[in-house]
Ligand binder design. Sequence first.
Ligand code: SF4
Length: 459
Amino acid sequence: MTEPITVRLLDLFRIGLGPSSSHTVGPMRAARLFREACLARGVLPARVEVLLKGSLAATGRGHGTLTAILAGLHGWEPETCDVDAVHALPESLAATPDVSWGSGQTRLTADAVRFLSYAEYKDDVLPHPNTMVFTGTDGDVCAFEQTWCSVGGGFVREASEADEGIRQETAVPPVHAFHDAESLVAHATTWGGTFGSVILANEAGWESRPGEVREGLDRVWDAFRRCIARGLERRGELPGGLHVMRRAADMLNKVETGQVGEAYAHIARAQAYAFAVNEENAAGGRVVTAPTNGAAGILPGVLVEVSERKKLDHAVILDAIATAGAIGMLVKTHASISGAEVGCQGEVGTATAMAASALCQILGGAPKQVETAAEIAIEHNLGLTCDPIRGLVQAPCIERNAMGVAKAWSAAQLALHSVVSNVVSLDRVIKVMKRTGDDMRREYKETSEGGLAVSLPEC
Ligand code: SF4
């Protein structure tokens, strides 16, 4: 594939709600787009039904897919919705099931969304492991139907369309037309800039008004810090019945009271920040896909810690976020950031690589070293399966983000101190991630039917 990469930076960093970008943010966006398609066609369904297949059916209950779809059918958006109102929807719809729909009303009830068992759809050829069929009915008659796929990181596409976000129509060609890591390194090196500056130069040509993307990155940075602050304020048990306790505040307290060795304190602090983000995510709070919700803690954990300790300029931080975004774009284009497609290597593996590249750049790494940091981070996450216990984005997900923080630090340091280039390039390791994901059995791809997900006795 040699066409230039046109994934948009702010599509990769979506401000939304937890606990899952593919199972919460994506379905909410798809439901809203279905509603808009109905309205555009003048369809006023008496009732809407949604069939969930694949990973959405297997783990959607734990991932909040039901409320996300109901919210999307109300026309709500992940970025702007009232998170508390979303969580209250099943109850409020039980009392008032008629929802305003254009000039009329349609009936929405919680049983409108069906989680199909594997036996019910296993003979279907799914267009993607996260598939949803929306049907607007009028009596027994289907008034309008669409099939949508949630392809990871909050991106969606209609079943017949190409992957949303990978190939975007742009009014002008990119200033720096890169199609893989090698050409990205070449552009940054020749131009004398960072990966982030390459991305921001391209984005500047595509903005609908000057400053749009930088303002968007300001909001992302603000959302990173707010999420950490909220996560550190809260204690107690996370929802879902797995009895997972919030730990972020206690972890940070140990760092701040000198109970963590000095040499490890900066990593322990970043891990506490990552815990704060992932605990907020698990509780359905406001988080940013980086590049997904399940892996949302690694990049903010690393960036907020290093920005505090080194008192970084705001411009340095935004450039580092854009560099991290470049790595996410490469993986999204040439492999996948969806746990349902390639397992957790695509989520936590990619997030670790994004954080490693951003950190390596902040610590003075040249573009080739920044590429190497991302490569090392992915290489040592290859084969990582997605096996969330009870379909909740809690165990192993929260600790896995903290491990991602430590790996990102190690990868950045290894890249900075390497005197020879790596045997495996970032482009190659991304291809290996894709092949490994293709070979992975479905039990290990966000179905909660294998690995850790089946390690606990049912009670
Ligand atoms: S195991 Fe990894 S990919 Fe799967 S839900 Fe958890 S964080 Fe996401």
